[in-house]
Design a protein around this ligand. Structure first.
Ligand code: AMP
Ligand code: MG
Length: 407
């Protein structure tokens, strides 16, 4: 058994960042990782434009306007968003009616919103002064031509999709996703959608792992449930050998039917880790053949999910070239006593909150590794070091944020 940090280093040093790229349609780029830096080839917005519906005028004409000093300007013409001005610079004594988003005509240097004007015949009366350039959005104020806007390895979220669209990217260069096979093992495991004869356990791990792989940049493939039969497990693994990563759950404990380590050995997998000094998630098997990675995760739903979070997630993120691969860590004050046995590093499922400017944390309650509801309720993992046994309420602990802010 090896400590968590050592296991992490062994695993991450076996993981090579992806070198293959592909271009995907902008609509499919969400949640992918950029394969190149993105530099703007033009200004956004391209021209100075109006942020209000109103009148484009000369600042020098209106700078002294007031309730008792109305300025009357002649309306010259109108520019709609997407429309064009008549091409001539606005002259003193004139106003051009302009809609939000339309390019500001030459000469004009302030926009007077409609609500501050009164139209009379072909003239407009202005009774309020505005600062020079008020309601003008400048060319390039969002993005400047030549600016590096997004860097390689950035995870493409909704705002990045918008930036890419603004910069005229209909296709986006992204990292190729690793192909990940997900396999469940166990005679007692039943696929959801089937009637339970009584004592079977519905397969939750495969669905959790499938979702997690998708979330962190892999392309998941569900390979089904394989029964606790050594030959069948071996046969199944052979079928999956062309995937970049194979993740199984179950069959790694010390039970008589826990064949995963033996099967991996038979396949020629170089086993680098057999178990880790951590709870939940002690029986984690990790091995490699060339660049292919094998993760034999524990069967217990919480152990499987936590060990995924600690080891598979950073591996997937490293493959994708992500700049960030680890859970953010902050400190919080525990509001309850926390007890554990000496020896293994514990990751308790916790709920943190901000109270009067101080982060506090409590556990989700029962911490048995079969309690999957604890993962659903948790927003953090409380990290209790190997040597610790008792932590009293009021003490500070490190917590890893696993869900924060997102709804
Ligand atoms: P194992 O590591 O195979 O001994 O499994 C440990 C525990 O996890 C057992 O109680 C299993 O029933 C449970 N388990 C294994 N695989 C799954 C799965 N795919 N979904 C839900 N529970 C599972
Ligand atoms: Mg089993």
């Amino acid at each position: 058994m090896i400590p968590v940090q050592e296991a992490y280093e062994i695993i991450l040093s076996s993981v090579k960042p992806q070198t293959k790229k592909e271009n995907v349609n902008l609509l499919d780029a969400f949640n992918r990782f950029l394969a190149e830096d993105i530099t703007a080839s033009f200004n956004v917005p391209p021209k100075d434009n109006s942020s209000m519906d109103g009148y484009a005028v000369l600042f020098s004409d209106i700078e002294k306007a007031g309730e008792d000093r109305p300025v009357i300007l002649k309306i010259d013409h109108e520019i709609r968003a997407g429309g064009e001005s008549n091409g001539k610079p606005v002259q003193s004594g004139y106003a051009v009616r302009i809609m939000t988003g339309a390019a500001v005509p030459d000469g004009a240097d302030v926009i007077i919103p409609f609500e501050n004007t009164e139209e009379k015949g072909d003239s407009v009366i202005i009774r309020k002064a505005f600062a020079r350039y008020e309601h003008v959005r400048f060319a390039g104020e969002d993005i400047k031509k030549g600016e590096k806007v997004l860097t390689k390895g950035t995870k493409i979220d909704s705002a990045e999709i918008g930036l890419l669209a603004s910069m005229n990217f209909a296709e986006v260069p992204v990292m190729k996703r690793p192909e990940v096979a997900i396999l469940s093992t166990g005679d007692e495991i039943l696929e959801p959608g089937n009637e339970n004869p009584g004592d079977k356990i519905y397969n939750s791990n495969a669905y959790v792992l499938y979702s997690e792989v998708k979330k962190y940049g892999g392309n998941p493939h569900y390979a089904g449930i394989v029964r606790d039969d050594k030959d069948k497990v071996l046969e199944k693994f052979k079928e999956l050998l062309n995937y970049d990563i194979i993740i199984s759950s179950g069959g790694v404990s010390m039970g008589r039917y826990d064949f995963i380590p033996d099967v991996l050995k038979k396949l020629g997998v170089e086993i680098k880790i057999k178990s880790i000094l951590m709870k939940p998630g002690k029986p984690v098997v990790f091995g490699v053949i060339g660049d292919r990675l094998f993760f034999g995760l524990p069967g217990n739903p919480v152990s499987s999910m936590v060990s995924f979070n600690k080891f598979v997630k950073p591996s997937l993120l490293k493959i994708s070239g992500s700049g960030k691969i680890n859970n953010p860590v902050i400190q919080a004050i525990t509001t309850e006593d926390l007890n554990k046995q000496k020896g293994r590093r514990n990751f308790l499922r916790g709920i943190f909150s901000l109270n009067n400017g101080i982060f506090t944390v409590k556990s989700t309650g029962l911490q048995s590794s079969g309690i999957l509801t604890s993962m659903s309720r948790a927003n953090c993992l409380i990290d209790i070091p190997e040597e610790a046994e008792h932590i009293s309420a009021g003490e500070t602990v490190n917590i890893e944020l696993i869900k924060y802010g997102e709804i």
